[in-house]
Design a protein around this ligand. Structure first.
Ligand code: BTN
Length: 330
């Protein structure tokens, strides 16, 4: 741990109460003059710290920032978030995570930023992020799996997002195949999974998570405004970014554990199916150059939708855009 991190964690352990300079000095191994300097630096980062002679230092409030010391404080995860790298701005956390993973970045490493200038969505789309209002992060994963199981990683991410939103807002979102998270039928979060594979093995996966957290509706560009929403717009309550990130990493760590124990398949798929509620629905899907219409009769073990067309044919759909879901009559 870095000195700053240690000081913050000591102050947080005593939040609202004074800790003497002597104790901090002993635990961190720096002089009291050095502590004074560090405390000033923390104040300029937005920490509200009460400093009094003979009493020491008292943390009154922590800022909503995404530094490792904030995110990792009592995070309690096994793998996810064991390393966190924060940047004020990045083109894309997925691109950065991919680069870091190529250089050996470890399982569970998290890249997070305040702002993305070139966020990527699925199918080569643009993902819009808003400084300090959206959440943009990516997680490097190194499960020992064959490539076709990787679809389950994105399903797993969908479950983690779903559970995080439910835990923090008490509102159940829905999952739109393959991986849009919706509230009131509008998109509130998305997942972009990128892989580095050989023919028979996944070297690593990067799971990018984009969440419209405290974004105001009028910020969305016109072309996506009607189809987009944010957690703030749905609940009229702001959620601290760091609170959301910590819950998300905990959920992710839990479900990644399930994925690894199961060898990647059955349980994740079953849990996803429960939340996605797609089996039995009539759908229209644009997949590559084809348009497929019919009823979803199953999701197969590889994560592909099995669609029964009107002509009585069964088609597997692994990628694409779900256009409309018409509720079955009755
Ligand atoms: C989608 O719904 O199309 C996926 C959106 C994924 C956006 C996130 S934001 C963090 C990460 N970095 C990116 O460039 N994209 C993902």
């Amino acid at each position: 741990m870095m000195d700053n991190e240690k000081i913050i964690h000591i102050l947080k352990d005593h939040e609202g109460r004074f800790v003497s300079g002597e104790i901090i000095s002993r635990e961190v191994g720096i002089t009291r003059a050095a502590i004074w300097k560090r405390i000033s630096a923390l104040k300029s980062m937005g920490y509200v710290i009460d400093a009094r002679q003979n009493m020491g230092y008292r943390l009154m409030r922590s800022p909503d920032i995404l530094t490792p010391e904030e995110i990792q404080y009592r995070l309690g995860t096994k793998i996810v978030g064991s390393e966190v790298r924060y940047y004020p701005v990045l083109e894309s956390t997925n691109a950065e995570a991919f680069r870091v993973a190529t250089e050996g970045g470890k399982d569970g490493l998290v890249i997070v930023t305040d702002h993305q200038t070139g966020g990527k969505g699925r199918l080569n789309r643009t993902w819009f992020s808003f400084r300090r209002q959206s959440l943009s992060l990516s997680i490097v994963l190194r499960p020992k799996i064959v490539p076709y199981v990787a679809t389950m990683l994105t399903y797993m991410a969908g479950i983690a997002l779903y559970e995080t939103i439910y835990a923090l807002t008490a509102v159940k979102p829905s999952i739109k195949w393959p991986n849009d998270i919706l509230m009131s039928g509008k998109k509130v979060a998305g997942v972009l999974c990128e892989l580095n594979t050989e023919t028979d093995v996944v070297n690593f996966a990067v799971i990018g998570l984009g969440i419209n957290l405290n974004v105001r509706k009028n910020k969305f560009p016109a072309e996506i405004r009607d189809a987009s929403t944010s957690i703030y717009e749905e609940t009229k309550k702001r959620v601290k970014r760091v609170t959301f990130v910590k819950e998300l990493l905990r959920q992710f760590d839990y479900w990644y554990g399930v994925f690894l124990r199961d060898g990647g398949d059955s349980r994740i798929l079953a849990e996803w199916k429960e939340r996605a509620d797609i089996v039995g629905k009539d759908v229209k899907i644009r997949s590559f150059n084809e348009e497929i219409e019919g009823e979803v009769v199953d999701v197969d073990p590889n994560g592909a939708l099995v669609v029964q067309t009107k002509e009585g044919e069964k088609k597997r759909v692994i990628a694409g855009d779900l256009e409309t879901v018409v509720l079955p009559e009755g």
